[in-house]
Design a protein around this ligand. Structure first.
Ligand SMILES: [Zn+2]
Length: 275
């Protein structure tokens, strides 16, 4: 069975047909999904979904069981500027729920910096502060963190460095070469792969997925984004974890079962799913 370690089930894209989406995930062999918050509101919705799942409210009569949903709570770097000064208290309350298995997604994103030099510096400073506060929260709550890093590699590693030994992180939607991946593993962090690994122009990340040591990565969809080939361009959903897993199994000349069991063992250690 597979785990989609990074989905955005609270996004409006899934509102019309969430139950069908979950049923397709189950049919594809996905039995656990972590839905990831991107703001306080999104994190609250993620926790609600996880609670509904654990109460048994998300089920279809006379059908196979739907995947169990867990939540990560956090403010995405691109939402850091909108976080009000109480955001960390609100996240703390959410993080205390037993269905919450990580703080995320948090990190740094300098992909589209403001043109104005001062404004860009201010954006970086706000992102860094929001990131640090959430790493502190993760340590305090005994949780690991899901990191979003885009064009902010040096800054992100510098912020993480003093946390070594106190928490681990996974760099989600990893797209860099094996040297960058090894740098993270060397600091006890992990990476995870989305449908990008199936794209024709993704030779670098395919090479990384081929060369990484066993069990040092997770599978994810980042749905509704990044649907793997042959569904590229469509709405991605947790069932697509299977396409990601099959592609990585082929790259590594191993079986889907082997990839599933290696990634699950590490994910269970990292996220410590409750009961
Ligand atoms: Zn995401």
């Amino acid at each position: 069975m597979l785990i989609d370690t990074h989905a955005h089930l609270d996004f409006p894209d899934f509102a019309p047909d969430l139950m069908e989406v979950l049923a397709r995930a189950s049919a594809a062999g996905v039995d656990r999904i972590i839905t990831i918050g991107t703001s306080v509101e999104s994190s609250r919705r993620a926790v609600e979904l996880a609670k509904a799942s654990h109460r048994g409210d998300l089920s279809i009569p006379d059908a196979p069981p739907l995947p169990r949903i867990f939540a990560a709570v956090g403010v995405h770097p691109n939402s850091a500027g909108q976080a009000d000064r109480h955001f960390i208290e609100e996240l703390r309350d959410l993080a205390k729920n037993p269905e919450v298995v990580a703080i995320g997604e948090i990190g740094g994103d300098c992909h589209r910096p403001p043109a104005d030099e001062r404004e860009a510096a201010e954006t970086r400073a706000v992102q860094a502060e929001v990131f640090r506060l959430q790493l502190d929260l993760a340590v305090e709550q005994g949780l690991n963190a899901v990191v979003h890093e885009r064009d902010a590699w040096t800054e992100t590693l510098a912020i993480l460095s003093p946390y070594q030994g106190r928490l681990r992180t996974v760099f989600h939607c990893f797209g860099k070469d094996i040297e960058h991946a090894r740098e993270l593993l060397g600091q006890n962090h992990l990476v995870s792969f989305t449908g990008i690994v199936t794209f024709k122009n993704a030779a670098t990340v395919q090479e990384t997925a081929r060369l990484l040591p066993e069990g040092q990565f997770f599978l994810e969809t980042d749905c509704p984004f990044l649907a793997p080939v042959p569904r590229r361009g469509k709405r991605c959903e947790p069932a697509d974890t299977r396409l990601v897993a099959e592609h990585i199994a082929a790259l590594r000349h191993t079986s889907l079962d082997a990839i599933a069991s290696q990634t699950n063992t590490q994910a269970e250690k990292f996220f410590r799913f409750p009961g």
